[in-house]
Design a protein around this ligand. Structure first.
Ligand code: HDE
Length: 705
């Protein structure tokens, strides 16, 4: 029996393992051979295969023969398995789901998807990091991509956003520079998936427009606990256009129903070693367990009059509109409920494009968006190798579509009939419809051709200050520490100084802290600013993660450390309470096979202690007998388990028997209210209540990570 393991809480899937029919071949190799139930192995041409383990040779020890078409086909295909990874956002993970319209926007847009409340439209989402290559780790300090493809009845709508509402640069022509700067340095090819190096900070320190974004990427937003606990932002101002061809400006925001949550930097570094796929595994486990993540789509709507009166230019992608200024209105929900059947076919081959907008949604003149509208089509040809990438099922629209585009590499859908042009006299083929078709909003534009940044884009510090000052003290401290860490990896002193000079325009206290922690002997002069930083912007509590906590442990994970003789009733009680909350429970034991609990039942483990460090969990319970604790105090990993949980401000439930392990890990059992004694089953409710705070931030000052 497996104590405490109930229902579908386990991330582990049950996989049925079949006994396969094996035949021993010559030389001792083992062949699995087709029987009645298994399909016959064939070549790609459909030819049945007799032997898939041995190449065709002259004799058993002789040279291989060219005529072995099965071998050549198999290796040829393998040699070509890789396609170019995305130049940015290479590492990503996707899931299927649906978008449900919860509010009609018919007044503002003729977009079909916003007409009928309750209608569900299929969607695919890909989350990603930006800088690292495909095989890099999940918890890099980085922006996360949040790309959504919604297969609407009037064509695919791609909202290719990030988990941060602003960007580094104000003009698309600078994109290759910011990306070159953050990627591994070209002479040495490191560091991988990190911004903590000279080239990145050199570029940033020479680019004042990036300062607002820098505050965000140095905040905990850049080390999310999971994709499920992130917001998503369309970033740019878009337009909604209604039947009467009237335009309303719009910004799109995805709000996670699960609440926002991040990890701390020390934890991120350790997670990357313990489980480089932490975010992937999290999404996979949640969806496989039926705990479907959900986001609300909100819109910030505004007109030209607001745009003219707002403190900043609404076309400037380094600025946001605070939620307190324009309230986001919920208009739909996105639910992810199915993992792809095949990672390559779907997540790798999905092609998002900012230019995919249905009639009723249109672009603004945001210079980043305008540039992106070129880049996303262009890059698909490089990556997917054919203009026919829309023939791939993941990219094909799910509404009827007809056009005269034809031929090209790998064309899988070819028009039938005689007419492959229009107009034609054959009465065949599709025709445009001026009423239903996409009509660009007829914005009046005039001006001289020039390469010029508008004056209205010139204030680079005020919103950076507003962001920093809107954070809690704990979050501000994390920003200061992140900046210090990153700049400590910068070898060129003048770059560090240039950055501190910018920070002085954002917040003198922040600049002072960073300068001190960097060991700067003299404070550099403040950077020259095109526009002096404003002091009159209202703080925006919506910008803080901690001020908007979910007050729930749902969707989070409890790690229960068990050993021989663990209290079975307590283990069962913890499982029941945490599962009822909607959380997952996993067991960590000295051996993965499990342990015998106090009542003689067997608790199977999910991890052995070396493979299940506490950084993988949101809270931990040490359910140990004296005997079990004695065994574990000998293990460095068990001591780290406790010490890390404590220094990462996690809630720790513990039995009396666990006292020895706490002591050995240097944690006092009565250090603070985050240590919750689990004397009897009645204490579980209090422990769960505490865990709903997610972290005991008050401890951080004491542990000084
Ligand atoms: Fe992208 N970006 N980007 N980007 N971007 C790509 O397209 C680009 C920008 C974003 O999961 C590429 O298919 C330019 C902002 C996401 O497949 C490429 C500029 C935002 C993804 C490209 C930007 C994004 C990409 C690489 C500056 C947030 C991953 C592979 C003007 C609003 C999509 C690809 C996925 C991917 C270009 C800036 C989000 C090269 C030129 C701002 C989420 O086309």
């Amino acid at each position: 029996m497996k104590a405490g393991r109930k229902g579908a809480s386990s991330a582990r899937e049950s996989v049925s393992v079949h006994d396969q029919k094996l035949e021993r071949g010559q030389g001792g190799d083992m062949h699995q051979v087709a029987d009645g139930d298994t399909p016959l192995l064939t070549t790609a041409q459909g030819g049945p295969v007799a032997d898939d383990l041995n190449t065709l040779k002259v004799g058993s020890r002789g040279p291989a023969l060219m005529e072995d078409f099965h071998f050549r086909e198999k290796i040829f295909h393998f040699d070509h398995e890789r396609i170019p990874e995305r130049v940015v956002h290479a590492r990503g993970y996707g899931a299927h789901g649906y978008f449900e319209t919860t509010r009609s926007l018919a007044e503002y847009t003729r977009a079909d998807i916003f007409q009928r409340v309750g209608e569900k439209t299929p969607a695919f989402v890909r989350f990603s990091t930006v800088a690292g290559s495909k095989g890099s780790f999940d918890l890099a300090r980085d922006v996360r991509g949040f790309a959504v493809k919604i297969y609407t009845q009037e064509g695919n709508w791609d909202l290719v956003g990030n988990n941060i509402p602003v960007f580094f640069i104000q003009d698309a022509i600078r994109f290759p520079d910011v990306i070159h700067a953050v990627k591994p340095e070209p002479d040495r090819a490191f560091p991988q998936a990190q911004s903590a190096h000279d080239n990145f900070w050199d570029f940033i320190s020479l680019t004042p427009e990036s300062m607002h974004m820098v505050m965000w990427v140095m905040s905990d937003r850049a080390i999310p606990r999971s994709f499920r606990f992130m917001e998503g932002f369309g970033v740019h101002t878009f337009r909604l256009v209604n039947e009467k061809d009237e335009s309303t400006f719009v910004k799109f925001i995805w709000k996670p129903k699960q609440g926002l949550q991040s990890v701390v930097w020390n934890e991120a570094v350790k997670i990357n070693g313990a489980d480089p796929d932490f975010h992937r595994r999290d999404l996979w486990s949640a969806i496989k367990a039926g705990d479907y993540p959900e986001w609300e789509l909100c819109v910030q709507l505004f007109d030209q009059e607001f745009a003219d009166s707002f403190d900043f230019d609404v076309l400037d992608p380094t600025k946001l509109i605070p939620e307190e200024v324009i309230e986001p209105i919920p208009v739909g929900r996105l639910v992810l409920d199915r993992m792809p059947d095949n990672f390559f076919a779907e997540t790798e081959q999905v092609a998002f494009m900012t230019q995919n907008v249905p009639p009723g949604i249109d672009f603004s003149n945001d210079p980043l968006l305008q540039g992106r509208n070129f880049s996303y089509l262009d890059t698909q040809l490089k990556r997917l190798g054919s203009t026919n990438f829309t023939h791939l099922p993941i990219n094909a629209p799910k509404c009827p579509f007809h056009h005269f585009q034809q031929d090209g590499h790998m064309a899988m859908r070819n028009p039938v009939g005689r007419a492959n042009y229009q107009p034609n006299s054959w009465g065949e083929g599709p025709r445009p419809d001026p009423r239903r078709g996409f009509r660009s909003f007829a914005a009046a534009e005039e001006g001289q051709k020039q390469r010029l940044r508008p004056e209205s884009f010139a204030d680079h510090y005020s919103q950076a200050r507003q962001f920093y000052r809107s954070q809690t003290a704990v979050e501000q401290d994390h920003i200061a520490r992140a900046l210090t860490f990153e700049l400590s990896k910068v070898e060129t002193v003048v770059i560090r100084e240039r950055m501190v000079a910018h920070l002085r325009n954002i917040d003198e206290g922040l600049a002072g802290q960073v300068a001190e922690k960097l060991g700067m002997r003299q404070m550099p002069a403040a950077a020259e600013a095109a526009v002096a930083t404003r002091d009159d912007l209202e703080l925006s509590p919506a910008l803080s993660i901690l001020r908007n906590g979910p007050d729930s442990f749902a969707g989070r994970k409890l790690g229960v450390l068990v050993g021989p003789g663990s209290d079975a009733a307590l283990v069962n009680g913890l499982c029941e309470a945490f599962e009822a909350e909607g959380a997952m429970v996993e067991f960590i034991a000295p051996a993965v096979g499990g342990i015998e609990a106090s009542d003689g039942s067997w608790i199977e483990a999910d991890h052995m202690i070396d493979g299940g460090p506490s950084v993988l969990f949101d809270a931990v319970a040490l359910v140990l007998s004296k005997e079990g604790a004695a065994l574990l105090t000998e293990e460095a990993t068990a001591r780290d388990f406790v010490a890390d949980a404590f220094s990462h401000c996690k809630f720790i439930g513990f039995t009396e028997g666990a006292g020895a392990l706490l002591a050995k890990a240097g944690v006092e059992a009565d250090a603070d209210e985050g240590l919750v004694p689990l004397g009897e089953a009645s204490a579980i409710e209090g422990f769960l209540k505490a865990c709903r705070q997610l972290r005991l931030w008050a401890r951080e000052e004491a542990v000084k990570l």
